[in-house]
Design a protein around this ligand. Structure first.
Ligand SMILES: *Cc1c(COP(=O)(O)O)cnc(C)c1O
Ligand SMILES: [Zn+2]
Length: 413
């Protein structure tokens, strides 16, 4: 076991467990008893500093002290290439949003095109270390494509449970990576339950972020990276979209741990962004409990999670950072897909552009002031959901194969 990981702690009742002994809290049960992985950051700080980091590999594995497992050493080195995505300065987008500074951390460039690679790389590394030959998860799309990718790299069989209606680009990816894909006639929640039952029955390694406490530690690396990459130019806020809640919880935790380790001396507030139609965690931030919402939906499939498992981790992370959660409409998300592409040169999938839409909304609501300095996480690549993208952007101009026609159109523009 890595030396700085000390124990697991239940987010509902605070009971503690030795690492490796439980996946969820037996007192609170598999739904409520989500466990948080606790690290000794004083111990981590002995070897984790800006100097030591400078010499390390540009992947999630650079943060060895704060990870739940060791870097995988496989013949295919793909798992050592995930993480350390660039931060892109976006002044034209900042001007459009009416705030001082916007930087985009583009995880759309990750191996399988989404932020989920950060969790999958840890899950698959742990599965490989335990000798597992099969791994499973339920997903709205990206977690599954990402797991299928990492499993293919490691030579492990991936079993995926998706709800009907996942975008075709994501399905094509999973199948191309050789996964077994169960397309469930039902909701995400049905797919989730089937994946859990299958793991219990067949002994497959469970990559579901909600019940596998180690996966959030992978997502945490985005927060660790933002801290390191922005060490000398800290943002006031980090904006990210929220579905199940692991991503925002991980980012908040990563920023906090880098401060505890003394790598940075600042903190940033996290701005969670949900879709108006599906915003249970925004409500839970107020009420401190999860109400199952009535009907409601969003076209941003990756954040269409009506029954989030990780709402407590998300709410705790947002509160600890003095942050907040807001909701945006699907039209605002469509608009953000277009402005992020046009003004920053980044093609984001709808759930990723939601973070940008959230900045606009937070500015209108007065949550952000005109000087605000924000890093937004671009969590997924626009190519994953072409239909979603096409509903947000313009159409090509049809022309005759005749140069005169081009001249007419250009002059009329
Ligand atoms: C999964 C996902 C999110 C949300 O992450 P959660 O951990 O479910 O809150 C946001 N954007 C994209 C593109 C995703 O795939
Ligand atoms: Zn508990």
């Amino acid at each position: 076991m890595p030396p700085c990981m000390t124990h697991l702690q239940c987010v509902a009742c605070n009971a503690t467990y030795e690492a490796g002994t439980q996946n969820t809290c037996p007192i609170c049960g598999p739904h409520e008893g989500i466990l948080d992985v606790i690290f000794d950051t004083t111990r981590a700080a002995v070897t984790l500093s800006r100097d030591t980091l400078n010499a390390r590999e540009q992947s999630v594995w650079r943060y060895a002290e704060l990870l739940p497992c060791e870097a995988p050493n496989l013949p295919n080195n793909g798992l050592r290439t995930i993480g350390w995505t660039p931060i892109i300065e976006a002044p034209a987008l900042a001007a459009n949003l009416g705030i001082g500074r916007v930087r985009l951390k583009d995880d759309g460039r990750s191996a399988s095109g989404s932020f989920k690679d950060r969790a999958s790389v840890v899950g698959v590394a742990m599965a490989a270390a335990s000798g597992a030959t099969s791994i499973a998860c339920a997903s709205t799309g990206n977690a599954a494509t990402s797991m299928a990718h990492c499993a293919a790299v490691a030579g492990i069989q991936a079993n995926i449970f998706v709800a009907r209606g996942a975008p075709e680009g994501k399905l094509a990816q999973m199948l191309a990576y050789g996964a077994r894909v169960f397309e469930v006639d039902g909701t995400y929640d049905d797919a989730y339950k089937l994946s859990r039952q299958s793991c219990a029955e067949f002994g497959w390694y469970d990559r579901n972020c909600a019940v596998n406490p180690y996966l959030v530690e992978g997502k945490k690396t985005a927060g660790l990276e933002i801290a390191e990459q922005c060490a000398d130019n800290p943002p006031d806020w980090v904006a990210v979209s929220v579905g199940d809640g692991c991503t925002i919880a991980g980012i908040a935790k990563g920023l906090r741990q880098m401060r505890e380790c003394g790598v940075i001396d600042w903190s940033a507030r996290v701005l969670g962004v949900q879709a108006e139609g599906v915003a249970p965690i925004m409500k839970a931030l107020e009420t401190n409990r999860l109400d199952i919402p009535k009907v409601g939906t969003t076209y941003a499939d990756s954040i269409n999670v009506p029954v989030p498992r990780n709402w407590r981790k998300a709410v705790n992370g947002v509160r600890a950072s003095n942050g907040t959660i807001i909701a945006v409409s699907d039209d605002e998300i469509r608009n953000a897909v277009a402005t992020t592409g046009r003004l920053a040169g980044i093609f984001a999938e709808p759930a990723a552009a939601a973070a940008v839409a959230g900045i606009a909304k937070a500015r209108q609501d007065g949550v952000l002031d005109p000087n605000a300095n924000v890093v937004a996480m671009i969590t997924g690549n626009g190519l994953k959901d072409i239909r979603g993208a096409l509903s947000a952007i313009g159409k090509p101009t049809r022309v005759k194969a005749d140069f005169k026609h081009i001249v007419e159109i250009v002059n009329a523009d």
